[in-house]
Write a protein that binds this ligand. Structure first.
Ligand code: IFM
Length: 446
């Protein structure tokens, strides 16, 4: 197809602490909400899996960095496990936990790979959950303290800081849909958590800037372009409401300092008693917006579905990944162009994009995963199209480096470009990893 990327384009891969590290009881790490969630009966995770060992990255991080070098990665996005740093959530620092990330970051820098650290990728210390977690207004200060302690130590070496990963998921999947911790099904609680997540982000940004003046600072959102099921006015209005719900509830505070008015009006009786205007503190200027793109939504008007009156319209005949997610690369271009037009972020990194497929087992030292290669090809082409339209995309992080713990799906769903043997934890690069290396070196053109 012949799409080109600038030489400075940052090619990376992404992971998160609970999904890969294991070693959950080592070196003084405290319990996280995901430890508790996975070990609470009745089991909620496919295969009764847990992150107890995961990819054993905590012990194998050197091997993993060597693998990254072989793949030619220029950046690596990982997350820091809050309970490793502050086992009681606040207060006492655990030097052994911090030391793990110092060693990881030093290893990356020695290998010429830029470290991008996410502060919060869902593993809240359980002790803080016991005090109400993100529903407690004090969570804003807890997070600010954590951001301060980590960035004082690593601020001179980490190139990019991401405050939260996908706060929408934390708020709504954790507090309304109930399939992530804390497992609540209360819409008001979800909006309260969302509010505190936004305020916590706003509190952390100036701290990161002070402790890491040379680093870039941003946040990663899961964003879904929304399309109408028909041309009817009702369906188009449903698009607007779904967009408010999924995208603008975070984008508007971050870039405009206020929640979307129309949604505030619609949700009146569903919103908790909070001062919505406080959200202006979330609008601290950012160096980049992290975009995590997996799916689009097609929606129609549905009178009975309160409060949004929106119905999902499944695209049954479309190609899909093993998650059942429609493969729709045009959505990524549309989303990026829209972000530029409506929010004008200084820069965008695609901080996650990738796919789970039912890959075959390794044969002769490789896993043949042509579907993932095709997925990457079309999505990179989608990014290139957005670049050609002037969207300031500065890099792309494939999700994920290795197969890992896919939350409620356990190890069943494999997103890695590197296979991890479930028993030995040996790593085997998939064909897509070789393809990605060729993209990075410029010898394969998506
Ligand atoms: O594995 C997750 C990741 O933790 C957050 N973004 C989506 C990925 C795939 O579901």
């Amino acid at each position: 197809m012949g799409m080109s990327f600038p030489d400075s384009f940052l090619w990376g891969a992404a992971t998160s602490s609970y999904q890969i590290e294991g070693a959950v009881q080592e070196d003084g790490r405290g319990e996280s909400v995901w430890d508790r969630f996975c070990h609470t009966l009745p089991h909620k995770i496919a295969g009764q899996d847990t992150g107890d060992i995961a990819c054993d990255h905590y012990h194998r991080y050197r091997e993993d960095v060597a693998l990254m070098r072989e793949l030619g990665l220029r950046a690596y996005r990982f997350s820091i496990a809050w309970p490793r740093i502050l086992p009681e959530g606040i207060g006492r620092l655990n030097p052994a936990g911090l030391s793990f990330y110092e060693r990881l970051v030093d290893e990356l820098l020695q290998t010429n790979i830029k470290p991008f650290a996410t502060l919060y990728h869902w593993d809240l210390p359980q002790v803080l959950q016991d005090r109400g977690g993100w529903l407690n207004p004090a969570s804003v200060e807890w997070f600010a303290e954590y951001a301060d302690r980590v960035s004082r130590q690593l601020g001179d070496r980490v190139c990019g800081w991401i405050t939260h990963n996908e706060p929408w998921i934390v708020a709504f999947v954790g507090h309304f849909y109930g399939s992530h911790p804390p497992g609540l099904t209360d819409l008001k609680a979800a909006y309260q958590a969302a509010h505190h997540l936004l305020l916590a982000h706003g509190a952390a940004v100036p701290i990161l800037r002070r402790n890491a003046p040379r680093a870039e600072v941003g946040i990663s959102l899961n964003l879904n372009p929304i399309y109408p099921a028909s041309d009817s006015l009702e369906d188009q209005e449903a698009v607007r409401r779904q967009d408010d719900f999924l995208n603008r509830w975070f984008l508007d505070p971050l870039f405009k300092g206020a929640y979307p008015d129309d949604m505030v009006t619609l949700l009146q009786e569903w919103l908790p008693r909070i001062n919505l205007t406080d959200v202006q503190t979330a609008a601290a200027p950012l160096d980049f917006l992290g975009v995590n793109y997996y799916i689009r939504n097609v929606v129609a008007f549905e009178e009975s579905e309160l409060p949004l009156q929106v119905r999902h319209v499944p695209q049954e005949h479309a190609a899909a990944t093993a998650m059942g997610w429609e493969i729709f690369p045009q959505g990524l271009t549309d989303l990026l162009v829209r972000l530029k037009q409506e929010y004008a972020p200084a820069a965008i990194y695609i901080t996650e994009n990738g796919a789970a497929f039912d890959d075959p087992l390794p044969q002769n030292g490789v896993v043949e995963d042509p579907q993932r290669i095709a997925f990457l090809e079309v999505h990179l082409t989608a990014v290139a199209k957005a670049l050609a339209q002037g969207v300031p995309v500065k890099g792309y992080f494939v999700w994920s480096l290795t197969d890992n713990f896919e939350w409620t799906h356990g190890y069943e769903k494999r997103f890695g470009i590197v296979y991890v043997d479930p028993l030995t934890r040996d790593r085997v690069p998939k064909r897509s990893a070789h393809f990605y290396r060729q993209v990075i070196t410029g010898s394969a053109v998506p």
